[in-house]
Design a protein around this ligand. Structure first.
Ligand SMILES: NC(=O)C1=CN([C@@H]2O[C@H](COP(=O)(O)OP(=O)(O)OC[C@H]3O[C@@H](n4cnc5c(N)ncnc54)[C@H](O)[C@@H]3O)[C@@H](O)[C@H]2O)C=CC1
Ligand SMILES: O=C(O)[C@@H]1CCC=N1
Length: 269
């Protein structure tokens, strides 16, 4: 029998997951969503035909609850759920920073909790979802979580101690690439190209590079060397990237993201 899954807090990532589950063939009759605002609930119902319910009803009716509210709203949501979630449910949290222990402490003893860090490319079935078991989650719970998130991209199990790092790399990761595309499009404008053309050139370069990274099996250094002709254009650009400390900036940026994830652990960061 198909299990019922509820998404609680259907904002950007919650909706991305919901749409992905529907695309992956999850029967909409076995999906529930919750939203804080009635207009948002109506919008989700119209867009996906999915039933919208209260958080308490979601907890009573769904076998699996995916919590997709902001870390700062997690404590309040768990207060609402505490008396309704029984330990035969699986609770999956997608919130950055929040440890499984934070959730376990607020729910019935032994409730299984799994922590997942997805990313927005779940919208195009190219997501990366990093998964860790809480103290009461079994192999079956992990497998069920992989079934849900594997329908919209790749999954990887890591020890929970690595979740803040994974959040910095892959949870936030797409934003760094969008930022680079934005900056390089600006560079194209400076060099005299129309914005639309500059955008298309950089996006296609990004797609080509991403597919080669994924499919060639080559190390990124090798792929870059193949582009970098002696006394050519690429090495002139690379020298400027090094002069401006771009590598160090990226390392510092991801470290800052990891640290922010740690700060969110208390749920009121
Ligand atoms: N946006 C992203 O790329 C990713 C976000 N996340 C995590 O997902 C969570 C949500 O992030 P976003 O979707 O970006 O934020 P968002 O603000 O778009 O979505 C959160 C939603 O939760 C709703 N909400 C808050 N309290 C609620 C309650 N008590 N009951 C029902 N709904 C409630 C809000 O109204 C909002 O629609 C965060 O914890 C974030 O760390 C994880 C991976 C990637
Ligand atoms: O920016 C954030 O906090 C969330 C978590 C990972 C991606 N977006």
């Amino acid at each position: 029998m198909t299990q019922t899954v509820a998404v609680l807090g259907t904002g950007k990532i919650g909706e991305a997951l919901l749409s992905g589950m529907i695309r992956a063939g999850w029967p909409v009759t076995h999906l529930l969503v919750t939203a804080r605002r009635p207009e948002r609930a109506e919008e989700l119902h119209t867009r996906y035909g999915v039933e919208t319910v209260s958080n308490a009803d979601a907890a009573k009716r769904a076998d699996t609850l995916i919590l997709a509210v902001k870390p700062q709203d997690m404590g309040k949501l768990l207060d609402e759920l505490a008396h309704h979630v029984t330990r035969d449910r699986l609770v999956i949290s997608a919130a950055a920073g929040i440890p499984t222990s934070f959730i376990e402490e607020r729910l019935a003893p032994d409730t299984p909790v799994v922590r997942v860090m997805p990313n927005t490319p779940v919208l195009v079935d190219e997501g990366m979802s990093v998964i860790s078991a809480g103290s009461h989650a079994t192999a079956d719970h992990l497998a069920h979580t992989e079934e849900i998130f594997g329908g919209v991209g790749k999954t990887l199990r890591v020890p929970e101690s690595q979740q803040d790092a994974a959040t910095a790399l892959s949870g936030s990761g797409p934003a760094y690439f969008y930022y680079l595309v934005e900056a390089m499009t600006d560079a194209g404008i400076l060099l005299g190209l129309p914005r639309a053309q500059a955008h298309d050139l950089i996006v296609q370069a990004a797609i080509g590079a991403a597919v080669m990274l994924r499919d060639s099996g080559e190390h990124p250094v090798k792929l870059r060397e193949a582009v970098t002709s002696p006394a050519g254009t690429t090495i002139s650009a690379i020298r400027e990237l090094e002069n401006h400390g771009v590598r160090a900036a990226l390392i510092a940026a991801l470290e800052a993201a990891r640290d922010r994830s740690r700060e969110l652990a208390s749920g009121n960061g």
